[in-house]
Design a protein around this ligand. Structure first.
Ligand SMILES: [Zn+2]
Ligand SMILES: [Zn+2]
Length: 98
């Protein structure tokens, strides 16, 4: 079982009853905790590297990442539903014109 260090908040495997991890007991400086924004920026950078394309969802305008050239909507269920509905409506219109 891992324990959360009371000094630096990192998880560590306790080797004694100490509530501090080995690094803290040695008196090593605690790395400042990342802010939410930093974590978010890093997450986006990772995504940008992992996927080929950065797109904006045509339904909600949200930025999303994909490797699929044809993908134009984000993965949200609501957007997919809307998109399906619009395609159905278009197909229906086309069908009528014939
Ligand atoms: Zn610690
Ligand atoms: Zn969307």
């Amino acid at each position: 079982m891992q324990r959360k260090c009371h000094r630096c908040d990192r998880l560590f495997t306790p080797d004694s009853h100490s509530t501090w991890c080995a690094d803290c007991r040695e008196g090593k400086p605690v790395e400042p905790r990342k802010t939410k924004e930093q974590i978010e920026i890093e997450r986006l950078e990772r995504l940008e590297k992992a996927f080929k394309y950065t797109r904006y969802c045509i339904q909600c305008g949200k930025k999303f990442y994909t490797n699929d050239t044809r993908k134009v909507i984000c993965g949200d269920w609501e957007c997919e539903e809307k998109q399906r509905f619009e395609l159905r409506r278009e197909n229906y219109k086309k069908g009528k014109e014939k």
